[in-house]
Design a protein around this ligand. Structure first.
Ligand SMILES: O=C(O)c1ccccc1NCC(=O)[C@H](O)[C@H](O)COP(=O)(O)O
Length: 213
């Protein structure tokens, strides 16, 4: 069954709605050098992470200046996993060496270095990133290429970027990823979730079957 990550959660009620809907992973954005309505302070992130029940993976989404900064933030927030954006494969490897949390590499789907990330990260978040490497763009990317990445690389791949309740079933059929990841497609305004959209997203993602070739 396709796993579902609901990302960019900022409020307890939205987190509870994601968990109730059946999300496998929940993401919190903290420590990013860009303007985003989803960013939380470290203490607030730690509070939300503490609320995540066993069986659901809490994910700290961040853009650390150095692997050491990522480790320090992870120690303060104590998530199950840390998802880093705008880090090189070497930086992802250095971070993974120094934390017990699983490490997800947030990467642009068009990157030429995906095979290198695959050797050092526990999973790839195959995303549409902006010029600074950040996610949460609401833009889709080439799903046929994503399918090739899923087939060729020996690492779990979370498909991200512009997914919505309306297109996620098609995305799962086309790409057959380990999981799907959504932020803006389940929002009613920046950083505020639409609970109906969360439920529909989880239902559509988990009901859909990949096309086998
Ligand atoms: O969501 C953000 O504002 C963000 C900022 C900086 C780095 C990463 C960020 N989000 C990463 C995510 O995991 C999103 O869920 C993923 O990029 C999908 O976003 P969307 O296209 O909006 O569904």
């Amino acid at each position: 069954m396709t796993r579902v990550k609901i990302c960019g959660l900022t409020r307890e009620s939205d987190l509870d709605a994601a968990i109730e809907a059946g999300a496998d992973m929940v993401g919190f954005v903290c420590g990013v050098p860009i303007e985003t309505p989803r960013e939380l302070a470290p203490a607030r992130t730690a509070g939300l992470v503490e609320r995540v029940p066993e069986g659901v993976t809490s994910v700290l989404v961040t853009m650390p200046e150095t692997p050491g900064a990522g480790v320090e933030l992870a120690e303060r927030v104590d998530p199950d996993a840390i998802q880093v954006h705008d880090c090189s494969p070497d930086e992802v490897a250095a971070l993974a060496d120094r934390t017990d949390a699983r490490v997800l590499a947030g990467v642009d789907a068009a990157s030429d270095d995906l095979d290198q990330y695959a050797t050092v990260a526990d999973a790839l978040v195959l995303d549409s990133t902006d010029e600074q490497g950040a996610g949460g763009t609401g833009e889709t990317h080439d799903w046929d290429r994503a399918r090739t990445v899923v087939t060729d690389l020996d690492v779990p791949v979370l498909l991200a970027g512009g997914l919505t309740p309306e297109n996620v079933a098609d995305a799962v059929r086309t790409v057959d990823p380990f999981g799907v990841d959504v932020s803006s497609g389940t929002e009613r305004s920046g950083g505020v979730k639409d609970h109906t959209a969360i439920r529909q997203f989880v239902d559509q993602a988990t009901a859909s079957q990949p096309v086998t070739t």
